[in-house]
Design a protein around this ligand. Structure first.
Ligand code: AMP
Length: 113
């Protein structure tokens, strides 16, 4: 997988507003927030997109979801938040390092746009 802006954030080559980190993942505020809470949760392992994750990534992917829940709670949005994973350009993916969007603090529409 080629270097992305997110691997540069993991390597501290560029700044980000980091809200959580452990040995497997990093969570930081989206630079272009779409809601009062908009945090990205990424694995330190460079997986470019969900479709390329495999069975050995199952625990890691579950961990990302639990970290997303923790971030929402810690930020005061634990009762209502939305998780989004964009897989592929047509679905809106622009950074090819898998990430969960954690969004909260406003009403959300369904179906999503
Ligand atoms: P996606 O379109 O699902 O691939 O989401 C990529 C997200 O990364 C977008 O919401 C961008 O605003 C966000 N983003 C891009 N560069 C940065 C950055 N340097 N720091 C924080 N968020 C970023």
């Amino acid at each position: 997988m080629s270097e992305t802006i997110f691997s540069q954030i993991i390597n501290r080559e560029i700044d980000a507003d980091i809200v959580f980190e452990d040995d497997r993942c990093l969570a930081f505020r989206d630079v272009n927030p779409q809601a009062p809470l908009h945090v990205l949760v990424i694995p330190k392992k460079p997986i470019d997109m969900l479709v390329h994750a495999d069975d050995t990534d199952a625990e890691l992917l579950g961990h990302l979801m639990l970290v997303a829940r923790r971030v929402a709670r810690d930020e005061g949005y634990g009762e209502a938040f939305r998780l989004v994973v964009n897989n592929g350009e047509a679905a809106g993916q622009t950074v090819f390092h898998i990430h969960l969007h954690v969004l909260g603090g406003r009403a959300f529409q369904w179906p999503p746009g």
